[in-house]
Ligand binder design. Structure first.
Ligand code: ATP
Length: 910
């Protein structure tokens, strides 16, 4: 038996084998005791208790032991384990014990951190739980997809992700992309007729499978399986693609770590050979020195710190409504140079209100705001009743109610739209003269429709009234509707259309920043029961135009200004009319109010011209999704790192192509979310600007931890290398080095992970995306601070040695010197290039002061607690030593500030 036939005969919840695809839909409806009206709420609740939620547990993650063991699978840990074995042979038991303890602590920190970061990401993923539109108690409802039960009637439309396995009962050009199940990326046209029992998964045209994407049309189906019972639930291995916590920067660092380790092993071997043969040290002593060198150079804590920084950044973004779906986007966001944004709902509020109505004879004003059907239609200040409307307007408003898939609801006096806001505005306008959507739908029921798509920019519906007359109502972008009309309705009857008049009227409304819609009607024979694109090509009569306002979001105006300051170009790509787009753009600070390029013009341009245009023009109007793809490509060809927003199913290719694809959490389709790197929970442009700011912060904070940890490691290595070259006593023992690397460095660098955004971050130009990790500033600052720390540590050790103190004493002073240098340098790092002489600079970070406080306590214990003295070979030191130690710390701080000043003054900041 093949896999698919197995599936076909799989036991259903009641243990009866069914071939739903090979039987009529009625059979499924009857079997699940459902009907075209859907289940009742009680039935649904009972079934939910019986079958459980419609969820697939994807915990294909490795078990806790495997995860713990994985922490040891790291070259740095191998080196440490080898060092522990070596010291055990030499019977340096304390060293062995401390090194092993460090290995264990390191692994547990890694384990806990990885777990936490993953939890955080899971929580964020859960914020993206899908929804489903169902019929329950005969009413359309949007519910969480995990509440679906067998027998539910689910409505599908383009862009949806199928929420459960369905037996289709109605399809309208329904096409579904089933790549996730069958690997076939060409969408399959679905239908309701049964297919052969033996049909394979991809050929079962009468079923829609959970997890697949609706790419076109509409459909309705009854749920036949939920959760683990669905096809996708059975192959849940495919869902196990749990993203590992990594980004290009982390990978770059990991790679750097690997190279570093190899260099370290070689270096340690050379040092061992040099000491043993040239300097005649004892082998045991040289082994310890080589181990010290190895452990000192390895930045053990760095990977953990970087992961934490990233996880904190992602959490902060989520709190601010930017949900990261793919981690590398966090870094890419920081490098974005151009943001291409949709207009409606992202830059504007998506609260539409009809303000003007234009017929061939008059222009009317509509009063009232929002979706409340309160207000009136006025002609020259005169309020009109329903029976005073001229024929064109009476028919236009009726058409607006009928050619409409949305509805208005009143909740505690507040009117809201369910569905498309543009359509909501039309409903409210018609209801202001007393028209009622349900009455009209009852008088003139709908027989068929062509749904609205951004591609064709209109919607059409076919109706039949009780006198058996057929009508098609078509509403949409005026250019599209005008092209279908040969006549216009006037007070003198239907006359030939005056195209110029309508164009002027349209421009006039658009100039005021209004979105313009036209509505037309076409009489058809009563016998026509289906509607196709051919039926709306001509022969329609234009009724009227609607002018709809959708004010810009206040916060978007500010966010656009902030982006401009940050060297980021903002471009508006909208399906609206060029005039509307220019006017709204002007209010938002996008474009010059004069220039806009339309989708049609884009089509005339070759790639070369488009690249030139795209760097000049900020407003693109009357575009379709495929234009977005060309625009992203042109911007990328110009070297721009591009973020692009999108919500429709057809936006998916552009979102995938963009460096950061951004989808809309509220009005976005599942298809667009799947294709995107980031989802905006509030659909708001301002959240993009905030995410960019956070992206820059994360990148900076990761750089800061590298800038902090690497000089410490390098400083220590230098100290040891010099001691050996100069045949001097070792200033740091291996366990002391581990203390510094694992305790002091990690505590301090942890504070950097929590660093808030630097004040000037959004006033700088975006970072070059190809900038290597260790570049300019890093290559300079790391050796500079390393030398300072080395000079302090080694110098102070030699000085103490000359005072004739015992080695333990000199070492304790040397380590405290190193740690003081680290602490003071931490404050320098609050701002990478700018000086920190300000209240915010010195006191602005709580995390930093907590870290410093903790470290002071730890260092005092390290120096004075007897058990620490035994473990780490330290000893109490005197007050005057502390004074020198603090002075050194201060010196490091001042010298780094001077270095910054010189760089700012004479070099460009990196
Ligand atoms: P943006 O890209 O800025 O978000 P948009 O997505 O709202 O804009 P579209 O939805 O493609 O742009 O709308 C383009 C045009 O189609 C509108 O200007 C309007 O004339 C028309 N239109 C919008 N919604 C509908 C609808 N529900 N029915 C018919 N026509 C519509």
């Amino acid at each position: 038996m093949t896999e698919s036939t197995q599936a076909a005969t799989r036991k259903q919840p009641d243990d009866t084998p069914f071939n739903w695809h090979a039987n009529k839909a009625d059979k499924a409806l009857a079997h699940f005791k459902s009907s075209e009206q859907g289940l009742s709420s009680e039935q649904a609740a009972d079934r939910l208790a019986e079958f459980g939620p419609n969820r697939i547990e994807t915990s294909q993650r490795s078990g806790p032991w495997v995860r713990l063991l994985r922490q040891f699978n790291n070259i740095l840990i191998y080196i440490l384990i080898a060092a522990a074995v070596g010291t055990a042979f030499l019977e340096h038991w304390v060293d062995t014990f401390v090194i092993l303890a460090v290995v264990l602590i390191n692994a547990s920190i890694g384990y806990v951190q990885e777990g936490k970061a993953e939890q955080a990401l899971d929580a964020i993923r859960n914020m993206l739980s899908p929804q489903a539109v169902v019929l329950r108690n005969g009413q359309r409802q949007t519910i969480e997809a995990d509440q679906l039960v067998p027998g539910d009637i689910v409505l599908l439309q383009a862009g949806d992700k199928v929420p459960a396995d369905l037996r289709l009962i109605d399809t309208r050009s329904l096409r579904i992309e089933e790549a996730v199940l069958t690997g076939e990326s060409v969408p399959v046209e679905k239908r309701t007729e049964p297919v052969a029992t033996s049909a394979s998964l991809g050929d079962r045209l009468s079923l829609a499978y959970s997890g697949t994407l609706v790419s076109f049309g509409r459909g309705r189906g009854v749920v036949i399986a939920t959760g683990e019972q669905t096809e996708i639930g059975r192959i849940s291995a495919m869902l196990s693609s749990v993203e590992t916590i990594s980004t290009p920067l982390l990978r770059q660092t990991a790679e750097f770590g690997r190279i570093l380790s190899i260099i370290i092993i070689f270096l340690s071997a050379i040092i061992f050979a040099f000491g043993y043969w040239v300097r005649d040290y004892a082998a045991a002593e040289m082994f310890l020195a080589a181990v010290s060198l190895a452990v000192s150079t390895i930045p053990e804590g760095l990977p953990a710190i970087m992961t934490i920084t990233l996880a904190i950044g992602v959490q902060k973004m989520a709190k601010r409504n930017a949900i990261i779906r793919r981690l590398p986007a966090v870094e890419t966001l920081g490098a974005v140079t151009t943001i291409c944004s949709d207009k409606t709902g992202t830059l504007t509020r998506n609260e539409m209100t009809v303000q003007a109505l234009v017929t061939a004879d008059h222009e009317y004003q509509v009063t009232g705001v929002g979706y409340a059907p309160q207000g009136s239609i006025e002609l020259a200040g005169q309020m009109l009743e329903q029976d005073q409307l001229e024929p064109a307007l009476a028919m236009g408003l009726k058409g607006a109610l009928l050619c409409n898939d949305s509805w208005l609801v009143e909740k505690e006096g507040d009117w809201q739209v369910n569905g498309d806001p543009t359509e909501g505005a039309l409903l409210a306008a018609a209801m202001k003269v007393g028209l009622d959507p349900q009455t009209e739908a009852g008088l003139c029921p709908r027989t068929d429709l062509i749904p609205f798509e951004s591609d064709h920019k209109f919607m059409a519906t076919l109706h039949h009234d009780h006198e058996q007359q057929g009508y098609i109502f078509i509403k949409g972008a005026p250019e599209k509707i005008l092209a279908m009309c040969q006549q216009q309705r006037t007070q003198q009857g239907d006359l030939p259309i005056d195209v110029d008049f309508w164009h002027q009227a349209m421009e006039k409304l658009a100039e005021r920043g209004q979105r313009v819609l036209a509505i037309a009607v076409k009489r058809v024979p009563a016998s026509q029961l289906e509607l196709g694109f051919n039926d709306v090509q001509d022969g329609a009569i234009l009724l009227n135009l609607f002018g709809i306002i959708d004010p810009p979001r206040e916060e978007a105006i500010k966010a656009v200004a902030e982006c401009h300051q940050a060297g980021i170009r903002v471009k508006m790509i909208t399906g609206d009319h060029a005039g509307t787009a220019k006017a709204i753009g002007l209010q938002l600070g996008i474009g010059d109010g004069q220039t806009a390029v339309t989708g049609q013009e884009i089509e005339q341009m070759d790639d070369q011209t488009l690249q030139e245009v795209v760097s000049r023009v900020d407003i693109f109007a009357r575009t379709s999704p495929e234009h977005k793809l060309r625009l992203v490509a042109a911007l990328q060809a110009q070297g721009h790192v591009t973020a692009m927003t999108g919500d429709g199913v057809n936006d998916a290719p552009a979102l995938k192509r963009a460096d950061v694809g951004i989808s809309m959490g509220r009005k976005g389709t599942e298809a667009s979310k799947e294709a995107s790197e980031m989802v905006l929970a509030d659909d708001n442009f301002a959240s993009i600007a905030r995410a960019v700011r956070e992206g820059r912060t994360v990148y900076n904070n990761i750089r800061k931890s590298i800038l902090h940890m690497l000089p410490t490691n390098a400083g220590q290595s230098l100290t040891i290398i010099f001691a050996i070259l100069l045949a001097h006593q070792l200033p740091l023992t291996p366990v002391q080095v581990l203390w510094v690397n694992m305790v002091t460095s990690v505590t301090l660098a942890m504070a950097l992970a929590f660093e808030p955004t630097e004040p000037g971050v959004m006033r700088r130009h975006p970072r070059r995306p190809d900038m290597p990790l260790l570049s300019g500033l890093m290559l300079w600052r790391i050796p500079f601070v390393a030398l300072l720390l080395w000079a302090g540590t080694f110098g102070h050790f030699v000085y103490m040695d000359m005072q004739g103190v015992i080695d333990e004493y000199a070492r304790t002073v040397a380590i405290n010197t190193l740690v003081a240098g680290q602490i003071f340098y931490l404050f320098n790092l609050r701002y990478i290039d700018q000086h920190v002489f300000s209240m915010d600079g010195l006191f602005g970070s709580k995390a930093m002061w907590i870290a410093v406080g903790t470290l002071v306590v730890l260092q005092l214990a390290f120096t004075y607690a007897p058990f620490m003295n035994t473990l780490f070979g330290t000893t109490p030191i005197a007050t005057e030593d502390w004074i020198r130690i603090l002075m050194f710390g201060l010196l490091v701080f001042i010298l780094v500030e001077m270095e910054k000043w010189v760089r700012r003054r004479y070099f460009t900041a990196a």
